[in-house]
Design a protein. Structure first.
Lengths: 114, 110
């Protein structure tokens, strides 16, 4: 069990550029979640997948954000036309389908928009 | 009203003491409750979860849940300097995503 992995770990981009992040969940987990965390705050939910289906999206997920999980394994989160307000830690978590859905987080991708 | 509220701290305790971290939640329909530890610059690490009233113990950690009072707590016995971190309380309302508090920063003084 290698845990949840995310790539890249850090990304610096200029305002207006597009960025894409990747998440590989724990292998037997069929649920995958994306959260965003800013300094001094707890993680905020963005979206979640069960297998390849995107089942829920937060109001935080503007039209510039899109997420995919095409084969029910890894997932990508793309941000188009980045803004300085997008600077945050983007966290991916995964869980088994079970009664309590304990979620395990990856190391995160820290995005800085200059 | 926030979904989950925590005292931001900082909470300072001497090494070897019991650290008590508290959390309240607003939705009575909340089903399961989680404590995560987050070191500075790192991602949250799951410590414990609880879903029924009462206490749940795991090593030096005890989670307590009181659904009538909508209150969750985490006790850390024999606190160590390595326990110094931010502790996040999270709630699952059955809608698959977690609602997090802003976290309580704990410092254990050697």
């Amino acid at each position: 069990d290698t845990g949840v992995s995310q790539d890249p770990r850090h990304k610096i981009t200029k305002r207006g550029q597009n960025v894409t992040f990747r998440c590989d969940p724990i292998s037997e987990h069929n649920r995958l979640y994306w959260y965003r965390q800013t300094l001094g705050q707890g993680p905020e939910f963005l979206t979640y997948f069960q297998n390849e289906a995107q089942l829920e999206k937060s109001r935080l997920l503007s039209d510039r954000f899109s997420a995919e999980r095409p084969k029910g394994s890894f997932s990508t989160l793309e941000i188009q036309r980045t803004e300085q307000g997008d600077s945050a830690m983007y966290l991916c978590a995964s869980s088994e389908q079970g009664a309590y859905y304990e979620q395990y987080f990856g190391p995160g991708t820290r995005l800085t928009v200059t | 009203q926030k979904e989950v509220e925590q005292n931001s701290g900082p909470l300072s305790v001497p090494e070897g003491a019991i650290a008590s971290l508290n959390c309240t939640y607003s939705d009575r329909g909340s089903q399961s409750f989680f404590w995560y530890r987050q070191y500075s610059g790192k991602s949250p690490e799951l410590i414990m979860f609880i879903y029924s009233n009462g206490d749940k113990e795991d090593g030096r950690f005890t989670a307590q849940l009181n659904k009538a009072s909508q209150y969750v707590s985490l006790l850390i016995r024999d606190s160590q300097p390595s326990d110094s971190a931010t502790y996040l309380c999270a709630v699952n309302k059955g809608a698959n995503n977690l609602f997090f508090g802003t976290g309580t920063r704990l410092t254990v003084i050697p």
